[in-house]
Design a protein around this ligand. Sequence first.
Ligand SMILES: NC(=O)c1ccc[n+]([C@@H]2O[C@H](COP(=O)([O-])OP(=O)(O)OC[C@H]3O[C@@H](n4cnc5c(N)ncnc54)[C@H](OP(=O)(O)O)[C@@H]3O)[C@@H](O)[C@H]2O)c1
Length: 282
Amino acid sequence: MTNNKKIWLITGVSRGLGKALAQAVLDRGDIVIGTTRNGKADLSGDADSLHLLKLELTDPVQIKQTIEVAYQLHGRLNVVVNNAGYGLLGALEEASDQDIQRVFDVNFFGVVHLIRAILPYFRQQQSGHLVNISSIAGLAPMAGSSLYAAAKSAVEGVSQALAQEVEPLGIKVTLVEPGAFRTDFLSDHSIVNSQIKIADYQLTSGKMVQHLADIAGKQLGNPDLGAQAIIQAVEAKEPPLHLVLGSDALKRTRAKLEAMTKNVNAWEVVSKSTDFPDQVTT
Ligand SMILES: NC(=O)c1ccc[n+]([C@@H]2O[C@H](COP(=O)([O-])OP(=O)(O)OC[C@H]3O[C@@H](n4cnc5c(N)ncnc54)[C@H](OP(=O)(O)O)[C@@H]3O)[C@@H](O)[C@H]2O)c1
């Protein structure tokens, strides 16, 4: 009976977090519609429970067609995971225009197009759960990844506003904010390093980029455990809007919240000084 099973659409199941999540979903008996750029993935599942579709996230037409095909496979979709993505490292000034465009095309516009393609189906079902894989960089950015952080921050903004728009329609939204996970993310065939190097940024961005190169293959986060955490959040009676993954990400989130509170409190008087006295606060 497929009726009791959840149907998950997951982008980027060829490797990393997407692959771990797809396999964990299959292992618990649910159905996976996985997308990859070449339509192939090394996952174990039978023909009824695993479907692989080709999807390049920079192609909005293909996104719409793929979602339509995915929906028709079982006549419903319960969970859609926007996982596929990649990082761009280097100082803001070191990035090329093409690198900036592409990191947004894949990590932001690809996600937005996919969400807009799925929403009519979710509204029709009056149910559905959107899981958007952001990053700790989207919550608490650091030197050396400003444009990747910007694309992920944009996903954060869209998701938080969207959650309020679709909550009355029975649709849930969860943002996943992982720290460093041991996937291909920092490997040469995934990460993009800006080719221009400006010596003035060596002690800020340069140092951070070197640190990330040093931890490649030794990252703290286990993708299989990350997959279990995402499933736990999806299965929760009240799924979280934010799911921070990894003790590194948790530490950065708390430090960011504390710094922000301190900053806002220090400037409270000035913040309040700009109101017309006769206006109601919104
Ligand atoms: N690992 C980390 O430390 C970390 C931390 C924070 C957030 N994240 C986020 O987690 C998500 C998964 O990353 P990962 O760590 O699993 O990295 P990964 O091992 O490099 O896997 C990335 C996946 O995204 C796919 N992808 C990349 N560009 C694509 C495009 N243009 N169109 C379609 N698919 C594309 C890749 O497909 P191909 O095989 O076709 O290249 C691959 O399946 C990403 O959104 C990433 O930003 C990762």
